[in-house]
Design a protein around this ligand. Structure first.
Ligand SMILES: NCCC[C@H](NC(=O)CCC(=O)O)C(=O)O
Length: 449
Protein backbone atom coordinates (compact mmCIF):
# COMPACT_ATOMS: atom_id res chain seq x y z
CA UNK A 1 0.00 0.00 0.00
CA UNK A 2 1.40 3.41 -0.93
CA UNK A 3 2.18 5.90 1.82
CA UNK A 4 -0.39 8.14 0.15
CA UNK A 5 -3.13 5.68 0.89
CA UNK A 6 -2.10 4.17 4.17
CA UNK A 7 -4.92 3.39 6.60
CA UNK A 8 -5.70 4.44 10.14
CA UNK A 9 -8.17 3.80 12.82
CA UNK A 10 -9.73 7.10 13.82
CA UNK A 11 -11.43 7.25 17.19
CA UNK A 12 -14.37 9.65 17.37
CA UNK A 13 -14.99 10.29 21.05
CA UNK A 14 -18.27 11.58 22.37
CA UNK A 15 -17.89 15.00 23.88
CA UNK A 16 -19.83 14.77 27.13
CA UNK A 17 -22.90 17.01 26.98
CA UNK A 18 -23.72 19.83 29.41
CA UNK A 19 -26.52 17.84 31.09
CA UNK A 20 -24.46 14.78 32.10
CA UNK A 21 -26.25 13.38 35.15
CA UNK A 22 -26.85 10.20 37.10
CA UNK A 23 -30.44 9.06 36.72
CA UNK A 24 -30.26 5.30 37.21
CA UNK A 25 -31.87 4.66 33.84
CA UNK A 26 -30.08 1.52 32.67
CA UNK A 27 -31.42 -1.67 34.21
CA UNK A 28 -28.73 -4.32 33.69
CA UNK A 29 -25.91 -1.74 33.94
CA UNK A 30 -24.62 -2.04 37.50
CA UNK A 31 -22.84 1.35 37.69
CA UNK A 32 -25.86 3.26 36.40
CA UNK A 33 -28.11 1.73 39.04
CA UNK A 34 -25.58 2.13 41.86
CA UNK A 35 -25.13 5.85 41.18
CA UNK A 36 -28.77 6.68 40.56
CA UNK A 37 -28.82 9.48 43.14
CA UNK A 38 -25.27 10.79 42.79
CA UNK A 39 -24.56 14.41 41.92
CA UNK A 40 -22.75 14.77 38.63
CA UNK A 41 -20.13 17.24 37.46
CA UNK A 42 -20.69 17.83 33.72
CA UNK A 43 -17.71 20.18 33.44
CA UNK A 44 -15.33 17.63 34.91
CA UNK A 45 -16.87 14.87 32.78
CA UNK A 46 -16.33 16.78 29.55
CA UNK A 47 -12.77 17.77 30.52
CA UNK A 48 -11.87 14.18 31.48
CA UNK A 49 -13.02 13.09 28.02
CA UNK A 50 -11.10 15.87 26.28
CA UNK A 51 -7.91 14.99 28.16
CA UNK A 52 -8.16 11.43 26.87
CA UNK A 53 -8.75 12.65 23.30
CA UNK A 54 -5.77 15.00 23.49
CA UNK A 55 -3.53 12.28 24.92
CA UNK A 56 -4.45 9.94 22.06
CA UNK A 57 -3.74 12.71 19.56
CA UNK A 58 -0.38 13.37 21.24
CA UNK A 59 0.55 9.69 20.91
CA UNK A 60 0.29 10.10 17.14
CA UNK A 61 -3.16 8.53 16.79
CA UNK A 62 -5.94 10.00 14.69
CA UNK A 63 -8.62 11.39 16.95
CA UNK A 64 -12.00 12.96 16.24
CA UNK A 65 -14.81 14.55 18.24
CA UNK A 66 -18.47 13.57 18.18
CA UNK A 67 -20.81 16.35 19.34
CA UNK A 68 -23.35 15.78 22.14
CA UNK A 69 -27.11 15.78 21.55
CA UNK A 70 -29.50 18.57 22.49
CA UNK A 71 -30.99 17.92 25.91
CA UNK A 72 -33.52 18.21 27.38
CA UNK A 73 -35.34 16.62 24.45
CA UNK A 74 -38.38 18.88 24.63
CA UNK A 75 -40.05 17.38 21.58
CA UNK A 76 -39.94 13.93 23.20
CA UNK A 77 -41.70 15.44 26.24
CA UNK A 78 -44.30 17.07 23.96
CA UNK A 79 -44.86 13.75 22.27
CA UNK A 80 -45.63 12.34 25.71
CA UNK A 81 -48.36 14.91 26.29
CA UNK A 82 -46.63 17.76 28.14
CA UNK A 83 -47.87 20.99 26.60
CA UNK A 84 -47.17 24.73 26.48
CA UNK A 85 -43.98 26.65 25.81
CA UNK A 86 -40.61 25.05 26.63
CA UNK A 87 -40.62 26.24 30.24
CA UNK A 88 -44.16 24.99 30.80
CA UNK A 89 -43.33 21.62 29.27
CA UNK A 90 -40.36 21.24 31.66
CA UNK A 91 -42.37 22.41 34.68
CA UNK A 92 -45.20 20.01 33.98
CA UNK A 93 -42.87 17.08 33.44
CA UNK A 94 -40.94 17.92 36.65
CA UNK A 95 -44.18 17.85 38.59
CA UNK A 96 -45.95 14.92 36.99
CA UNK A 97 -43.11 12.59 36.09
CA UNK A 98 -39.60 13.48 37.26
CA UNK A 99 -38.37 10.20 35.81
CA UNK A 100 -39.52 11.12 32.30
CA UNK A 101 -37.82 14.47 32.70
CA UNK A 102 -34.59 12.66 33.65
CA UNK A 103 -34.77 10.42 30.58
CA UNK A 104 -35.17 13.43 28.32
CA UNK A 105 -32.17 15.09 29.98
CA UNK A 106 -29.78 12.16 29.65
CA UNK A 107 -26.40 12.88 28.07
CA UNK A 108 -26.07 9.20 27.12
CA UNK A 109 -25.09 10.01 23.52
CA UNK A 110 -21.57 10.53 24.92
CA UNK A 111 -21.01 6.76 24.63
CA UNK A 112 -20.40 6.79 20.91
CA UNK A 113 -19.47 3.10 20.78
CA UNK A 114 -23.26 2.78 20.81
CA UNK A 115 -23.88 5.48 18.21
CA UNK A 116 -23.49 3.28 15.16
CA UNK A 117 -21.90 0.25 13.56
CA UNK A 118 -19.20 1.09 11.03
CA UNK A 119 -17.71 -1.08 8.30
CA UNK A 120 -14.60 0.23 6.56
CA UNK A 121 -14.25 0.15 2.78
CA UNK A 122 -11.87 -2.84 2.88
CA UNK A 123 -14.76 -4.99 4.15
CA UNK A 124 -17.59 -3.87 1.85
CA UNK A 125 -18.25 -5.02 -1.71
CA UNK A 126 -18.96 -1.50 -2.98
CA UNK A 127 -15.76 -0.10 -1.45
CA UNK A 128 -17.62 2.51 0.61
CA UNK A 129 -17.43 3.11 4.35
CA UNK A 130 -20.85 2.14 5.76
CA UNK A 131 -22.56 3.57 8.84
CA UNK A 132 -25.78 2.42 10.50
CA UNK A 133 -26.92 4.43 13.53
CA UNK A 134 -28.04 2.20 16.36
CA UNK A 135 -31.72 2.25 17.33
CA UNK A 136 -30.84 1.69 21.03
CA UNK A 137 -34.44 0.72 21.66
CA UNK A 138 -33.78 -1.27 24.84
CA UNK A 139 -33.75 1.89 26.97
CA UNK A 140 -36.16 4.76 26.42
CA UNK A 141 -33.54 7.47 27.10
CA UNK A 142 -31.21 5.95 24.54
CA UNK A 143 -33.95 5.39 21.95
CA UNK A 144 -34.03 9.21 21.63
CA UNK A 145 -30.57 9.20 20.03
CA UNK A 146 -30.63 7.72 16.49
CA UNK A 147 -31.97 10.59 14.38
CA UNK A 148 -29.57 13.18 15.82
CA UNK A 149 -26.77 10.61 15.58
CA UNK A 150 -27.54 10.27 11.86
CA UNK A 151 -27.55 14.05 11.41
CA UNK A 152 -24.17 14.25 13.11
CA UNK A 153 -22.67 11.35 11.15
CA UNK A 154 -23.80 12.95 7.90
CA UNK A 155 -22.26 16.27 8.94
CA UNK A 156 -18.98 14.53 9.84
CA UNK A 157 -18.77 12.08 6.94
CA UNK A 158 -20.26 14.23 4.26
CA UNK A 159 -19.22 12.72 0.95
CA UNK A 160 -21.65 10.44 -0.91
CA UNK A 161 -18.96 8.82 -3.04
CA UNK A 162 -17.00 7.69 0.00
CA UNK A 163 -19.51 7.22 2.82
CA UNK A 164 -22.86 5.40 2.90
CA UNK A 165 -25.30 6.22 5.70
CA UNK A 166 -28.13 3.83 6.56
CA UNK A 167 -31.24 4.64 8.57
CA UNK A 168 -31.29 2.94 11.97
CA UNK A 169 -33.08 -0.43 12.07
CA UNK A 170 -36.84 -0.48 12.85
CA UNK A 171 -37.55 0.83 16.37
CA UNK A 172 -38.53 -2.49 17.82
CA UNK A 173 -36.94 -4.91 20.31
CA UNK A 174 -36.96 -7.49 17.49
CA UNK A 175 -34.12 -5.49 15.93
CA UNK A 176 -32.52 -4.26 19.16
CA UNK A 177 -29.20 -2.75 18.09
CA UNK A 178 -26.53 -1.13 20.29
CA UNK A 179 -23.99 -0.33 17.61
CA UNK A 180 -20.25 -0.95 17.68
CA UNK A 181 -20.23 -2.05 21.34
CA UNK A 182 -21.21 -5.49 20.02
CA UNK A 183 -19.02 -5.46 16.93
CA UNK A 184 -15.30 -5.72 16.39
CA UNK A 185 -13.05 -6.12 13.41
CA UNK A 186 -10.02 -8.38 13.26
CA UNK A 187 -7.37 -7.84 10.60
CA UNK A 188 -3.60 -8.01 10.11
CA UNK A 189 -3.52 -4.22 9.88
CA UNK A 190 -6.21 -1.54 9.65
CA UNK A 191 -5.87 -1.21 5.89
CA UNK A 192 -6.29 -4.95 5.24
CA UNK A 193 -9.52 -6.89 4.70
CA UNK A 194 -11.06 -7.62 8.06
CA UNK A 195 -13.21 -10.26 9.70
CA UNK A 196 -16.19 -8.45 11.22
CA UNK A 197 -17.30 -10.14 14.42
CA UNK A 198 -20.89 -9.42 15.40
CA UNK A 199 -21.82 -10.42 18.95
CA UNK A 200 -25.50 -10.80 19.85
CA UNK A 201 -27.23 -11.46 23.15
CA UNK A 202 -30.43 -13.13 21.96
CA UNK A 203 -32.47 -14.00 18.91
CA UNK A 204 -35.98 -12.76 18.14
CA UNK A 205 -36.77 -15.62 15.77
CA UNK A 206 -34.85 -18.64 16.96
CA UNK A 207 -36.18 -19.96 20.26
CA UNK A 208 -33.31 -22.50 20.46
CA UNK A 209 -30.99 -19.61 21.22
CA UNK A 210 -31.27 -19.08 24.95
CA UNK A 211 -30.67 -15.53 26.14
CA UNK A 212 -30.10 -14.17 29.66
CA UNK A 213 -32.75 -14.70 32.34
CA UNK A 214 -32.34 -11.65 34.56
CA UNK A 215 -31.03 -8.67 32.63
CA UNK A 216 -31.97 -7.77 29.05
CA UNK A 217 -29.98 -8.81 25.99
CA UNK A 218 -29.79 -5.53 24.12
CA UNK A 219 -28.48 -6.83 20.79
CA UNK A 220 -30.40 -9.34 18.67
CA UNK A 221 -28.96 -11.66 16.06
CA UNK A 222 -31.52 -10.34 13.57
CA UNK A 223 -30.20 -6.79 14.03
CA UNK A 224 -26.60 -7.88 13.52
CA UNK A 225 -27.54 -9.84 10.38
CA UNK A 226 -29.43 -6.86 8.96
CA UNK A 227 -26.41 -4.62 9.47
CA UNK A 228 -24.05 -7.09 7.82
CA UNK A 229 -26.44 -7.13 4.82
CA UNK A 230 -26.79 -3.34 4.71
CA UNK A 231 -23.02 -2.94 4.86
CA UNK A 232 -22.50 -5.38 1.98
CA UNK A 233 -20.02 -7.51 3.86
CA UNK A 234 -19.26 -10.77 2.01
CA UNK A 235 -20.24 -13.93 3.92
CA UNK A 236 -16.65 -15.01 4.41
CA UNK A 237 -15.78 -11.70 6.06
CA UNK A 238 -18.35 -11.79 8.83
CA UNK A 239 -19.22 -14.02 11.72
CA UNK A 240 -22.02 -13.99 14.33
CA UNK A 241 -21.15 -15.10 17.85
CA UNK A 242 -23.44 -15.31 20.89
CA UNK A 243 -22.47 -13.49 24.05
CA UNK A 244 -22.51 -15.65 27.16
CA UNK A 245 -26.01 -15.06 28.65
CA UNK A 246 -24.63 -15.77 32.13
CA UNK A 247 -22.36 -12.76 32.03
CA UNK A 248 -25.14 -10.49 30.75
CA UNK A 249 -26.94 -11.50 33.95
CA UNK A 250 -23.86 -10.39 35.91
CA UNK A 251 -23.88 -6.88 34.46
CA UNK A 252 -22.11 -7.30 31.11
CA UNK A 253 -24.77 -5.37 29.22
CA UNK A 254 -22.64 -4.89 26.09
CA UNK A 255 -19.96 -7.19 24.71
CA UNK A 256 -17.39 -4.41 25.02
CA UNK A 257 -17.57 -4.82 28.80
CA UNK A 258 -15.95 -8.28 28.42
CA UNK A 259 -13.99 -8.27 25.14
CA UNK A 260 -12.13 -5.86 22.88
CA UNK A 261 -10.43 -6.41 19.55
CA UNK A 262 -7.82 -4.44 17.69
CA UNK A 263 -6.07 -5.42 14.47
CA UNK A 264 -4.95 -9.04 14.96
CA UNK A 265 -5.62 -9.21 18.70
CA UNK A 266 -8.78 -10.29 20.48
CA UNK A 267 -8.56 -9.59 24.20
CA UNK A 268 -11.40 -11.28 26.07
CA UNK A 269 -12.44 -12.89 29.31
CA UNK A 270 -12.75 -16.68 29.25
CA UNK A 271 -16.49 -16.37 29.92
CA UNK A 272 -17.20 -13.74 27.28
CA UNK A 273 -18.88 -15.96 24.70
CA UNK A 274 -21.30 -18.86 24.83
CA UNK A 275 -19.45 -22.18 24.28
CA UNK A 276 -16.28 -20.17 24.20
CA UNK A 277 -13.84 -22.82 22.93
CA UNK A 278 -16.05 -23.46 19.94
CA UNK A 279 -16.68 -19.75 19.35
CA UNK A 280 -12.94 -19.00 19.32
CA UNK A 281 -12.28 -21.89 16.95
CA UNK A 282 -14.89 -20.46 14.60
CA UNK A 283 -13.23 -17.06 14.76
CA UNK A 284 -9.77 -18.58 14.15
CA UNK A 285 -11.06 -20.54 11.16
CA UNK A 286 -12.82 -17.53 9.66
CA UNK A 287 -9.77 -15.29 10.07
CA UNK A 288 -7.96 -15.04 6.76
CA UNK A 289 -5.06 -12.87 7.88
CA UNK A 290 -1.65 -14.23 8.77
CA UNK A 291 -1.74 -14.48 12.53
CA UNK A 292 -4.48 -13.95 15.06
CA UNK A 293 -3.64 -13.53 18.75
CA UNK A 294 -6.34 -14.35 21.26
CA UNK A 295 -5.52 -13.15 24.76
CA UNK A 296 -8.03 -14.97 26.96
CA UNK A 297 -8.18 -13.96 30.61
CA UNK A 298 -8.99 -16.79 33.02
CA UNK A 299 -11.62 -16.37 35.74
CA UNK A 300 -9.10 -17.23 38.46
CA UNK A 301 -7.03 -14.22 37.42
CA UNK A 302 -9.93 -11.80 36.93
CA UNK A 303 -13.48 -12.71 37.94
CA UNK A 304 -16.45 -11.48 35.91
CA UNK A 305 -17.31 -9.31 38.88
CA UNK A 306 -13.86 -7.69 38.85
CA UNK A 307 -14.12 -7.21 35.10
CA UNK A 308 -17.44 -5.40 35.55
CA UNK A 309 -16.12 -3.28 38.43
CA UNK A 310 -12.79 -2.33 36.87
CA UNK A 311 -13.90 -2.24 33.21
CA UNK A 312 -10.62 -3.89 32.20
CA UNK A 313 -12.13 -5.06 28.89
CA UNK A 314 -13.66 -1.68 28.21
CA UNK A 315 -10.13 -0.46 27.64
CA UNK A 316 -9.22 0.69 24.18
CA UNK A 317 -6.64 -1.41 22.45
CA UNK A 318 -4.73 0.77 20.00
CA UNK A 319 -1.89 0.29 17.52
CA UNK A 320 0.70 3.01 17.99
CA UNK A 321 2.56 4.50 15.02
CA UNK A 322 5.66 2.41 15.88
CA UNK A 323 3.60 -0.77 15.46
CA UNK A 324 3.33 -1.62 19.15
CA UNK A 325 -0.01 -2.06 20.90
CA UNK A 326 -1.28 -0.19 23.94
CA UNK A 327 -4.12 -0.76 26.35
CA UNK A 328 -5.90 2.48 27.25
CA UNK A 329 -7.53 1.59 30.54
CA UNK A 330 -9.67 3.29 33.17
CA UNK A 331 -7.95 4.15 36.47
CA UNK A 332 -10.30 1.76 38.24
CA UNK A 333 -8.03 -1.02 36.90
CA UNK A 334 -5.08 0.05 39.05
CA UNK A 335 -7.27 0.26 42.12
CA UNK A 336 -8.24 -3.40 41.75
CA UNK A 337 -5.21 -5.49 42.81
CA UNK A 338 -6.15 -8.60 40.82
CA UNK A 339 -6.72 -6.60 37.68
CA UNK A 340 -3.55 -4.55 38.16
CA UNK A 341 -1.56 -7.77 38.65
CA UNK A 342 -3.08 -9.31 35.58
CA UNK A 343 -2.24 -6.28 33.42
CA UNK A 344 1.35 -6.40 34.62
CA UNK A 345 1.69 -10.06 33.75
CA UNK A 346 0.01 -9.57 30.38
CA UNK A 347 2.45 -6.84 29.37
CA UNK A 348 5.44 -9.09 29.89
CA UNK A 349 3.82 -12.19 28.36
CA UNK A 350 4.21 -13.24 24.76
CA UNK A 351 1.52 -11.21 23.00
CA UNK A 352 1.44 -7.96 20.99
CA UNK A 353 0.15 -5.79 23.88
CA UNK A 354 3.16 -4.12 25.45
CA UNK A 355 2.07 -0.88 27.08
CA UNK A 356 -0.72 0.51 29.20
CA UNK A 357 -1.96 4.01 29.99
CA UNK A 358 -4.59 4.78 32.62
CA UNK A 359 -7.14 7.57 32.47
CA UNK A 360 -9.40 9.15 35.04
CA UNK A 361 -12.84 8.88 33.48
CA UNK A 362 -14.78 8.59 36.70
CA UNK A 363 -17.65 10.80 35.68
CA UNK A 364 -18.45 8.51 32.77
CA UNK A 365 -17.49 5.31 34.59
CA UNK A 366 -20.11 6.02 37.25
CA UNK A 367 -22.74 5.61 34.56
CA UNK A 368 -21.14 2.45 33.14
CA UNK A 369 -19.04 3.97 30.37
CA UNK A 370 -15.29 3.36 30.14
CA UNK A 371 -12.65 4.40 27.57
CA UNK A 372 -14.00 2.10 24.84
CA UNK A 373 -17.63 3.17 25.38
CA UNK A 374 -16.63 6.75 24.74
CA UNK A 375 -15.31 6.20 21.23
CA UNK A 376 -16.56 5.14 17.81
CA UNK A 377 -13.85 3.59 15.69
CA UNK A 378 -13.71 4.37 12.00
CA UNK A 379 -10.95 2.78 9.94
CA UNK A 380 -10.14 5.05 7.01
CA UNK A 381 -7.59 5.35 4.25
CA UNK A 382 -5.67 8.61 3.94
CA UNK A 383 -7.90 9.60 1.01
CA UNK A 384 -11.06 8.83 2.98
CA UNK A 385 -9.74 10.74 5.96
CA UNK A 386 -9.30 13.78 3.75
CA UNK A 387 -13.06 13.63 3.00
CA UNK A 388 -13.99 13.82 6.69
CA UNK A 389 -15.18 17.16 8.09
CA UNK A 390 -11.75 18.40 9.21
CA UNK A 391 -13.22 20.62 11.95
CA UNK A 392 -14.22 17.46 13.84
CA UNK A 393 -10.61 16.24 14.11
CA UNK A 394 -8.56 16.77 17.27
CA UNK A 395 -5.55 19.08 17.33
CA UNK A 396 -3.77 21.14 19.97
CA UNK A 397 -5.83 24.13 18.92
CA UNK A 398 -9.13 22.21 18.89
CA UNK A 399 -8.39 20.87 22.35
CA UNK A 400 -7.85 24.41 23.66
CA UNK A 401 -10.96 25.76 21.95
CA UNK A 402 -13.13 22.92 23.24
CA UNK A 403 -11.73 23.15 26.77
CA UNK A 404 -12.52 26.86 26.84
CA UNK A 405 -15.96 26.16 25.43
CA UNK A 406 -16.59 23.69 28.29
CA UNK A 407 -15.28 26.15 30.89
CA UNK A 408 -17.58 28.82 29.55
CA UNK A 409 -20.81 26.84 29.24
CA UNK A 410 -20.82 23.92 31.69
CA UNK A 411 -22.00 23.65 35.26
CA UNK A 412 -19.88 21.78 37.78
CA UNK A 413 -22.80 20.30 39.67
CA UNK A 414 -26.02 18.78 38.51
CA UNK A 415 -28.58 16.98 40.63
CA UNK A 416 -32.08 15.79 40.00
CA UNK A 417 -33.37 19.04 41.45
CA UNK A 418 -31.52 21.16 38.83
CA UNK A 419 -33.28 19.50 35.95
CA UNK A 420 -36.47 21.45 36.60
CA UNK A 421 -34.58 24.73 36.07
CA UNK A 422 -35.58 26.13 32.64
CA UNK A 423 -32.34 28.13 32.58
CA UNK A 424 -30.47 24.88 32.01
CA UNK A 425 -32.22 24.47 28.67
CA UNK A 426 -31.25 28.02 27.65
CA UNK A 427 -27.64 27.34 28.65
CA UNK A 428 -27.38 24.07 26.72
CA UNK A 429 -28.80 25.58 23.55
CA UNK A 430 -26.35 28.47 23.67
CA UNK A 431 -23.50 26.00 24.21
CA UNK A 432 -24.54 23.79 21.30
CA UNK A 433 -25.03 26.74 18.97
CA UNK A 434 -21.41 27.68 19.64
CA UNK A 435 -20.25 24.10 19.24
CA UNK A 436 -21.84 23.59 15.84
CA UNK A 437 -19.78 26.56 14.67
CA UNK A 438 -16.57 25.21 16.23
CA UNK A 439 -17.08 21.78 14.63
CA UNK A 440 -18.54 23.20 11.41
CA UNK A 441 -21.58 20.93 11.62
CA UNK A 442 -24.33 23.18 10.24
CA UNK A 443 -27.81 22.88 11.76
CA UNK A 444 -27.93 19.39 13.21
CA UNK A 445 -30.28 19.95 16.13
CA UNK A 446 -34.04 20.30 15.97
CA UNK A 447 -33.92 23.61 17.87
CA UNK A 448 -31.65 25.03 15.16
CA UNK A 449 -34.06 24.24 12.31
N1 LIG B 1 -21.49 1.90 26.50
C1 LIG B 1 -21.81 2.41 27.81
C2 LIG B 1 -23.22 2.78 27.88
C3 LIG B 1 -23.65 3.23 29.25
C4 LIG B 1 -25.08 3.69 29.26
N2 LIG B 1 -25.40 4.26 30.56
C5 LIG B 1 -26.52 4.98 30.75
O1 LIG B 1 -27.28 5.22 29.86
C6 LIG B 1 -26.77 5.47 32.17
C7 LIG B 1 -27.67 6.65 32.21
C8 LIG B 1 -28.11 6.97 33.62
O2 LIG B 1 -28.41 6.06 34.38
O3 LIG B 1 -28.19 8.19 33.94
C9 LIG B 1 -26.02 2.54 28.92
O4 LIG B 1 -26.37 1.78 29.83
O5 LIG B 1 -26.37 2.37 27.74
Amino acid sequence: MSEQNSSFEVNFDGLVGPTHNYAGLSYGNVASLNNADAISNPKEAALQGLIKMKAMHDMGLKQGVFAPHARPDVSALRRLGFTGNDTQVLNKAAKESPILLRTCYSASAMWTANAATVSPSQDTTDGKVHFTSANLNNKFHRSLEPSTTSNLLKAMFNDDETFEHHTHLPDQPFFGDEGAANHTRLCDEHGAKGLEVFVYGASSLNQQIVGPSKFPARQTLEASEAIARLHKIPNEQRIFIQQNPEVIDQGVFHNDVIAVGNANVLFCHEQAFLNQAQALTQIRQAYTGEKLHIVEVPTHAVSVQDAVKSYLFNSQLVSLPDGSMMLVAPEECIKNQKVADYIESMLSANNPINAVKFFDLRQSMQNGGGPACLRLRVALTQTELSKVNQATLMSEEKFNTLSQWVEKHYRDKLSDHDLADPQLLVETRAALDDLTDILNLGSVYEFQK
